[in-house]
Design a protein around this ligand. Structure first.
Ligand code: NAD
Ligand code: DAU
Length: 339
């Protein structure tokens, strides 16, 4: 399917994080005519190494805060599109301290929208399936674009608020904006606070994996490269004002994912610890991505979870310098929470 909108200069916020950096690599590899400006504050979750290998003539890196209106205005005045990944992204952190979530996720999105409005910039907002709350384990339903907003955590409520701002800025001011709500991503360069990398790096460091609650919570896993290709499809062929759900039919319980990790890393099936549950822990997420597939012809390429997981484990094994420096502090934070 041909692209209807062909941007030449895009601003990618949060491009030094897990999914944002994957998207920058994806664009540089697949869209030769596009120049990327990354705007990233380099919080604990941002890492310049994530952008290693990208040629200088294809990308400019700007260290800064999406809440800095003057900086954001200047960058968007020179762009024809903005793809907004920057966020505080971890639920457990939002429970411990919600303040930066409200600031970055809500105020930061507002700041970007104001600049997009002023400069007529196409705006794609990256959001999450968590805005829809959770589903029961025995419910055959999946989230669709029409599901009601019902966020549970400080993180997901700030993402829901940011989605509402985007919708209002489109309807009231005509900002040419789209939104995508994606399910749980996995792949290389994900921060080790998150479920899969935490367990993998625990095992690689000689510690035991940690499973919350009864381990039956279900997440709908998608490889981050498939998220990137979906975002490009929506940015270039999606209809302004529309929301698209992104998912790859990857529902698995946490217990199942952990069992797959233990098996792939030659550890006994009971080689993990049960730990305190997350307060307000969402039970199940599940995405129906029919609209994205039907309207934009998108399909995921990484459909073999065991293979994607093995590649991800290999990446953490091969790149200890990337994660070892953050391991002690990350685990100390969890230990203080009984997790
Ligand atoms: P991440 O935490 O790995 O990266 C976030 C990036 O944003 C970091 O590089 C950080 O430095 C940057 N950042 C944070 N605050 C900033 C600020 N005020 N100004 C500028 N930069 C700032 O996050 P991720 O997992 O890559 O998630 C990226 C986006 O995708 C988020 O919007 C998240 O809500 C969404 N999302 C994530 C998942 C997932 O499974 N991880 C799934 C669906 C949607
Ligand atoms: O659904 C999309 C969301 O997925 C994104 O919006 C978030 O940014 C992203 O962090 C992710 O949120 P989750 O809370 O689902 O991901 P997390 O990796 O923190 O946890 C996945 C599941 O694993 C969840 O049910 C909690 C559980 N868990 C997590 C950790 C860190 C454990 O059992 N043990 C752990 O050590």
């Amino acid at each position: 399917m041909a692209d209807a909108f062909q941007p030449e200069r895009i601003v990618v916020t949060g491009g030094a994080g897990f999914i944002g950096s994957n998207f920058v690599h994806w664009v540089v590899q697949n869209q030769p005519g596009v120049h990327v400006t990354v705007l990233d504050k380099l919080t604990y979750a941002g890492n310049l190494d994530n952008l290693e290998g990208i040629p200088e003539d294809r990308m400019e890196f700007v260290r800064g805060d999406i809440c800095d209106a003057q900086l954001v205005d200047g960058l968007l005045s020179r762009a024809d599109a903005a793809v907004h990944f920057a966020a505080e992204s971890h639920n457990d952190n939002s429970i411990a301290d919600p303040e930066p979530f409200v600031r970055t996720n809500v105020e930061g999105t507002y700041t970007l929208l104001e600049a997009a409005r002023k400069h007529g910039v196409r705006f794609h907002h990256i959001s999450t399936d968590e805005v829809y709350g959770d589903l029961a384990l025995d419910d055959p339903a999946r989230f669709t674009e029409d599901s009601p907003y019902k966020p549970s955590s400080p993180y997901s409520s700030t993402k829901a608020a940011s989605d509402m701002l985007v919708r209002a800025w489109h309807r009231t001011y005509g900002v040419p904006a789209t939104i995508s709500n994606c399910s749980n991503n996995y792949g290389p360069r994900q921060h080790i606070e998150k479920f899969i990398p935490r367990q993998v790096t625990n095992i690689l460091s000689g510690a035991r994996p940690k499973l919350y609650g009864d381990g039956l919570n279900v997440r709908d896993w998608i490889h981050t490269e498939d998220h990137s290709s979906a975002v490009w499809a929506i940015l270039t062929r999606g209809r302004a004002g529309e929301t698209y759900l992104i998912g790859a039919d990857g529902e698995r319980s946490n217990r199942e994912v952990l069992s797959a990790i233990l098996e792939a890393m030659d550890r006994p099936a009971d080689g993990f610890d049960w730990v305190r549950d997350r307060p307000g822990h969402d039970r199940r997420y599940a995405i129906d991505s029919a609209k994205l597939r039907r309207e934009l012809g998108w399909r995921p390429l990484h459909t073999d979870f065991a293979e994607g997981l093995a590649d991800t484990i290999a990446w953490y094994r091969d790149n200890p310098q990337w994660w070892q420096g953050a391991k002690e502090a990350t685990e100390a934070k969890y230990a203080a929470q009984g997790q």
